[in-house]
Structure formats: C-alpha cells, structure tokens
Design a protein around this ligand. Sequence first.
Ligand SMILES: Nc1ncnc2c1ncn2[C@@H]1O[C@H](COP(=O)(O)OP(=O)(O)OP(=O)(O)O)[C@@H](O)[C@H]1O
Length: 279
Amino acid sequence: MSTPAEHVPGLASAGAVAARARALTKAYGSGETAVLALDSVDVDIARGRFTAVMGPSGSGKSTLMHCLAGLDTVSAGQVWLGDTEITGLKERELTRLRRDRIGFMFQSFNLIPTLDALENITLPMDIAGRRADPEWLDRVVDTLGLRDRLRHRPAQLSGGQQQRVACARALAARPDLIFADEPTGNLDSRAGLEVLGILREAVDELGQTVVMVTHDPGAAAHSDLVLFLADGRIVDELGRPSAEAVLERMKRFDVIRGPFGRPPGPGRSAGTGRPVGEG
Ligand SMILES: Nc1ncnc2c1ncn2[C@@H]1O[C@H](COP(=O)(O)OP(=O)(O)OP(=O)(O)O)[C@@H](O)[C@H]1O
C-alpha cells in the first residue's frame, strides 16, 4: 500500500514539467482481442532532463511515447505538453503544436526519399515557415558528421547516416521536447555514442528535454532518469543510472514481477536479450 509520503515512480517531486499524463489508458482492438497497451499511467517528464523509458517488448513504451507526443489518441485519461492539454485538441491544433514544440527521432527514420539530407533536416522548419539558426545547424551537422553528405538522398546514405540525418532533423529546430524511439538501434557503437552524446549535450547545454525509448542499458546510462514499464504500467524508476544498475533492475523484473501484481503474460520477454551497448 502506498502512503502519501511515498514517492511514486514516474512522478516529479519538484520542478517544471515538459509533458504530463494522468490515468493515461490506451487499448487497441476490442472484445477478446483487445490489448491494454497502457493501463492508467501517471507520469511527469521533467523539463531540461534526459529521461529513458525501458521495459520488456510489448510493455507499452512506444505507445506511451506516441500518446505523450500527441501522435496517437488515448482511450482514457489526459495528456499535457507544457501547460497545454493535448487530449481533446483538434487535429490541426495538435499538428501545429507538434510541429512547433516537438522533435521526433524514430528507428524507421521517416526521411523523405526525394529530398536530400539537408532538405530533410530543415523540412519541419520549412513547413513551419521558420529559418534555422545557421550556427546551431552547422554545429549539429558537424557533430553528426554529415557535412559531406548534405546533398545525398536517403537511398545514397548508409543506415547509420540516415539515422544521423533523422537526429539532426529532430535537433535542428531546437524543440522543447525531443522524443527518440530507439535512436541508436540501427547504429554501430561509435555512431550510437555520438547520437547519445548529442542528445546529452542538447539537454546539458541547451536545456532541451529528451525522452528516449531504448532496450539498451548502455544507452539508458546516458539519461538522468530511467522509467521502467511493465504490462502498460510504470513500475519503477532509476536516477543517475549506470548500465550495470539498469541491467540489474531489468533482470529483477524478470524474476519478481509479483510486487507489480501480474506475472509475465504469454510470449512476453524481459527485453534484456541485447548486450550492454558500451562498457
Ligand atoms: N496498432 C496496434 N494495434 C494493436 N495492438 C497494438 C498496436 N500497437 C501496439 N499494440 C500492442 O500494444 C502493446 C504495447 O505495444 P508497444 O509497441 O507500445 O510496446 P513496446 O514496449 O514499445 O514494445 P517493443 O519494445 O517491442 O517495441 C503490445 O502488446 C502491442 O502488441
């Protein structure tokens, strides 16, 4: 039983909040095939911090991110970006809010094949009618090693280079909030470390807020706070994480899911099959 003084994982005790959800519930399908992807989640994403979201495959990590970013509708509950409640916003308002305030990095890059790298990077700003800050854009491009690839189309780039273009696109407009879904998933360890370094720098030096879904304890170790999801609920958190501590915590979920009320469902894995990203 929780007492009022007890800290609830995922909830900020103090400080500004960049995104917030209360009783966030997301069900897919209906009847016997219905899946409860998020089960009444309460979460605060602290502004100016780097938050990692971890958990077994199917635990709801991507769904949580999509609902927080207004990319997916919710079945019940409320979501705020900053002070704006986005649940109930019309699609057009939501699109504008996303465009102005959020940067996305997905595993599947979502690059436009007919545009070159630079055009892909500046596309969200071009659509919004905003100019990139040239100094910042230069820094992002150089840090990500894209200088000599700016005129290449996605098909002419390696997977890692495409991911770096997606990373540059998310950072270029200096959004309030960056959502990254497995941003290092397709990268070799050096390129992955670079991407994590630039996300870290965006938080430390530019005060940006990053939420990253990852399976990799080594990647999570670059964050300030790891939130652990299981069966659509936030079941734990870990501040100032090391890769070893994250791995330990993940193993523990696999063994003792009892305290969180439910045993692992059929076909669920602990999501710990991947190696620790960097030692
Ligand atoms: N569009 C959809 N239709 C039906 N079920 C869905 C849909 N999207 C997700 N789900 C289900 O919701 C649950 C949570 O999915 P989600 O993708 O959020 O998990 P995850 O933790 O991100 O998984 P992974 O680590 O494998 O990417 C899963 O059981 C999944 O099968």
